[in-house]
Write a protein that binds this ligand. Structure first.
Ligand code: SF4
Length: 562
């Protein structure tokens, strides 16, 4: 079989920009901080911090020193650097408005409480685990809990004194926060329906589990150039946004070898967004952890460390191209050739699994929409109780901020749905509620300029009242700052938080609009429209105008991003 490395999604793929003959040449002469080429100096502050001490060592200091000494005993280098490797960030000091975000020093924005990210690889939770997280939320996090768009559960209001006890409780049920943030392999996102879906190509959960067991918390990968995001899914609906991960294993049926995974590398948003590129290689399930380690080693050794904004894997992939990347992987890191493989079929859009679906064993799984990921300790406690009352012991979080209950017998489905409705979680949500996504925003994030979660709920409610549910839902993603935690570039309507001119000419919270992004068949980045800046107050009116224009002009069945 010949190698076909044609990207499955070529439309509007933006390779990282270069200006030939200028900055790139300079960078090459000086090196870009690639260890494998000997460029180990000079170090920026982040690289120096990682060199000074393996960030994983901060765990012992948290337990033995900081939890006993309190917030003021924390070394600033640990606080703003290495704590992230333990899934801990200081949260934003309450009462500081978005206009002051850029004007203050980082320490002036620090509250003495932390956000804590609990990694849930593959989104797989038992009801017992969920109950423990819920109790931690109520005991130590003022009842806060958000389902993130990488299947984690994030808590807020954590005191450093409570962290060891929280870790103990998590460890008792096989959970942790290790490398949930930082320059390291983040949570491995996996198909929320791995092993149960009736139309699954292949179940990748064992690879998710093995990567976690072998490599997470290992010093081998605790100093990468930047964050490293992984997805593994054998779902034909490509339910883990594989286009946007540094490495993705995408389920595909090989005509000779059977079900396995197509290997993609280099996806990522924020600066110079790029969709992941196919290497044209088919990987059997048993080899996924080794191939993953090979790609991660390339990133560690050849990744660009000199400038933080060029340190993601996508820049190396863009410079090398897929052919060279695969060759280095095979020759230097695997010492064998990979098997050529076909491209997976592209789904119309990314699956979110909301609603009732039949499992391959005859039971059902039910997907519930959450209000932009916002839940609570009480809601999670009740979710675990209700799931068990209806015969389920397993749940999954999804990259769309949804919550799934697995293994539900047919005659329990309606009762489960009714009980979850009492929690405000719907298995048949209105289209606008289902298709909004929001990052943490100004309530807790130190980088935020505007609010996001309440805004997402407000926009969804308003649009539902004004326009009703749509047959082709319009996705609305809201970020609280110019970063892209809520994947704004791949939404139909992407909203980037910033200050914008208000009615009286003064600067007020609002958004820069990006229109026409998508995933699946419509994969590509939305266009930033000059002049399309909208204040937070006006947002529902703006979205309504855009939606009406789309509804008036569309051809039969035409999707927003087409
Ligand atoms: Fe914070 Fe910005 Fe990320 Fe939102 S997009 S969570 S405001 S860094």
């Amino acid at each position: 079989m010949s190698i076909d490395t044609t990207p499955t999604r070529t439309a509007r793929t933006a390779a990282p920009a270069r200006r030939p003959g200028t900055r790139r040449q300079v960078g090459r002469k000086r090196g870009e901080g690639q260890w494998a080429l000997g460029y180990r100096e000079p170090l920026n502050a982040n690289e120096q911090s990682k060199k000074d001490d393996d960030p994983l060592n901060v765990r012992a200091r948290i337990i033995n020193i900081y939890a006993k000494g309190g917030f003021d005993s924390i070394d600033p280098g640990d606080l703003r650097g290495r704590f992230r490797w333990m899934g801990l960030y200081t949260q934003r000091k309450p009462g500081i408005d978005g206009g002051r975000t850029a004007t203050l020093e980082p320490h002036e924005l620090d509250d003495t409480h932390f956000m804590m990210r609990i990694r849930i690889d593959g989104g797989a939770l038992t009801t017992e685990q969920l109950r423990v997280i819920a109790k931690i939320s109520n005991d130590f996090a003022r009842g806060s809990a958000d389902i993130t768009d990488r299947q984690n559960i994030q808590l807020h209001w954590i005191r450093i004194e409570d962290v060891p006890e929280i870790w103990n409780r998590l460890a008792d049920v096989g959970l942790d926060t290790t490398e949930a943030c930082g320059d390291c392999p983040r949570v491995v996102i996996g198909s929320p329906v791995a092993g149960i879906s009736a139309d699954e190509i292949i179940n990748g959960q064992s690879a998710v589990d093995e990567i976690k067991a072998r490599y997470i918390g290992s010093p081998e990968f605790s100093n990468l150039p930047r964050k490293f995001k992984t997805s593994i899914s054998g779902d034909p609906g490509q339910d883990v946004v594989p286009e946007l991960n540094d490495i993705s294993f995408v389920g595909v049926d090989h005509p000779e070898h059977g079900p396995g995974f197509d290997l993609w590398v280099g996806g990522g948003l924020s600066t110079n967004p790029m969709l992941a590129q196919r290497l044209g290689a088919w990987v059997p399930l048993a080899e996924v952890p080794d191939v993953w380690a090979g790609v991660t080693r390339i990133f560690r050794d050849y990744g660009y460390r000199r400038l933080r904004n060029r340190a993601r894997l996508k820049f190396l992939v863009a410079d090398w191209g897929t052919e060279k990347f695969r060759q280095v992987l095979e020759d230097e890191y695997l010492q064998r050739k990979l098997i050529d493989g076909p491209a997976p079929e592209t789904p119309v859009s990314t699956r979110d699994h909301v609603g009732v679906h039949r499992q391959h064993d005859g039971n059902h799984y039910v997907g519930f929409s959450t209000p932009a990921g916002r839940v609570s300790g009480d809601i999670l406690t009740r979710a675990a109780e209700i799931a068990e009352a209806h015969g389920s012991r397993r749940l999954r979080t999804t990259p769309m901020q949804k919550l799934l209950v697995l293994d539900v017998a047919e005659d329990e489905v309606q009762g489960l749905i009714a009980d979850f409705a009492g929690l405000g979680l719907s298995a048949d949500p209105k289209s606008w509620q289902r298709s909004v996504l929001a990052c943490t925003g100004i309530e807790f994030c130190k980088l935020a300029i505007v609010e996001t979660k309440a805004q997402a709920v407000r926009v969804a409610d308003e649009l539902e009242q004004r326009l009703g549910s749509l047959d082709n839902p319009i996705t609305v993603h809201i970020n609280g700052c110019p970063n892209s935690c809520a994947r704004i570039q791949t939404a139909d309507i992407g909203l980037k938080g910033q200050l914008v001119p208000g009615a009286g000419g003064n600067q007020v919270p609002g958004y820069q609009v990006h229109l026409g992004g998508g995933l699946g068949l419509d994969a590509g980045f939305g266009r930033k429209l000059r002049g399309h800046k909208v204040t937070a107050d006006e947002l529902p009116d703006y979205v309504e105008r855009v939606a009406k224009a789309y509804l008036a002009d569309r051809q039969d069945g035409e999707r927003f991003a087409q």
